[in-house]
Design a protein around this ligand. Structure first.
Ligand SMILES: [Zn+2]
Length: 315
């Protein structure tokens, strides 16, 4: 059994049987725990949402892929709070690209937020992480609409009791999308993406990457990009570009895709990846070389396709 599977089983063993049975489905849901199930877990464990998020951090940490640092971090994001006061929860962990720049590392908070976005969330209400959020992540999260009021749960020195604060307190006098004239922000832009079209023949994997590109967040360059991988069992997973006002804390589609892959049942088994497709509208920048390099480094057996997409004539 791969190390990450063992870590996941160990983390599950820390929960009562009925809760563990429910949590076992988290990888097949891309790290998500639907709102009703999060409410059920809270009842079973006698925990409010924030306490539950902290209790789930060891499980989130089990998804880490850290061939460079060996330093595993987990994060749990809470989506919008519904009228029933329930919110879905999303787990994520840090992901490092061996053989590539450490600048490509996906942090746990980024992974959890990306999983929430890929699952259809349009905002976050809270974020917990097993380590104090670094400056990079604070800037990444500041891209969210309503970022200033995001609840951030801080854990220090292995304490199980978090201190609750807001992103506005953690990142005062911040520079963000509003300073560049962007009103909506990351995650809030769903449904108003570009109408991109592909030239030439395409199949289900191309179309998945195209849909991801259409839903990507690229307000600063217009270089909308989506990446899709297909596994030996036919499953298709995607990643989308997440740009940032400060550029560097943003993520390329391939980073989001591999992070998402490592929250799936096949996590760590890169040899199971058969195909990788990048669809992008290249503008002043392109993710083509980066994506191919990451694909070759992690899944050299996978066939790689690059497809340019253009705005459809109706735009
Ligand atoms: Zn970070």
């Amino acid at each position: 059994m791969p190390d990450r599977m063992i870590a996941f089983e160990r983390a599950l063993a820390g929960f009562p049987a009925e809760a563990a049975a429910l949590l076992r489905a988290v990888p097949s849901r891309g790290g998500a725990i639907p709102a009703a199930e999060a409410g059920q877990l809270g009842e079973w464990l006698g925990m409010e949402r924030h306490a539950l998020m902290v209790a789930l951090l060891p499980l989130a940490t089990a998804f880490a892929h850290t061939p460079i640092s060996g330093f595993a971090v987990g994060a749990v994001a809470a989506g919008h709070i519904g009228p029933d006061r329930l919110a879905a929860l999303y787990l994520g962990a840090n992901f490092e690209f061996a053989g590539e720049s450490t600048a490509l590392s996906v942090h746990a908070e980024q992974a959890a937020a990306a999983n929430a976005w890929l699952a259809g969330e349009t905002g976050l209400s809270a974020m917990a992480a097993s380590s104090i959020p670094c400056g990079h992540c604070r800037q990444f999260l500041y891209e969210l609409e309503g970022a200033r009021s995001l609840d951030v749960l801080l854990l220090r020195g292995g304490s199980a009791r978090p201190r609750s604060t807001t992103l506005a307190e953690l990142l005062p006098d911040a520079f963000g999308p509003q300073d560049l004239g962007i009103a909506t922000g990351f995650m809030a832009s769903r449904g108003d993406g570009p109408r991109l079209a592909l030239d030439g023949p395409h199949d289900a994997v191309h179309l998945a990457a195209l849909q991801a590109a259409r839903a990507s967040y690229a307000p600063y360059t217009g270089a909308f990009a989506g990446c899709a991988l297909q596994c030996a069992d036919g499953a298709i997973l995607v990643g989308r570009t997440i740009e940032n006002a400060a550029h560097n804390p943003g993520l390329a589609a391939v980073q989001v895709m591999f992070s998402r892959f490592n929250t799936s049942p096949l996590r760590g088994q890169f040899e199971a990846v058969r195909r990788i497709v990048l669809v992008e509208r290249a503008t002043t920048n392109t993710q083509a070389a980066l994506t191919e390099r990451c694909a070759r480094a992690l899944a050299p057996q996978a066939a790689f396709d690059y497809c340019r997409a253009d705005l459809s004539p109706t735009d």
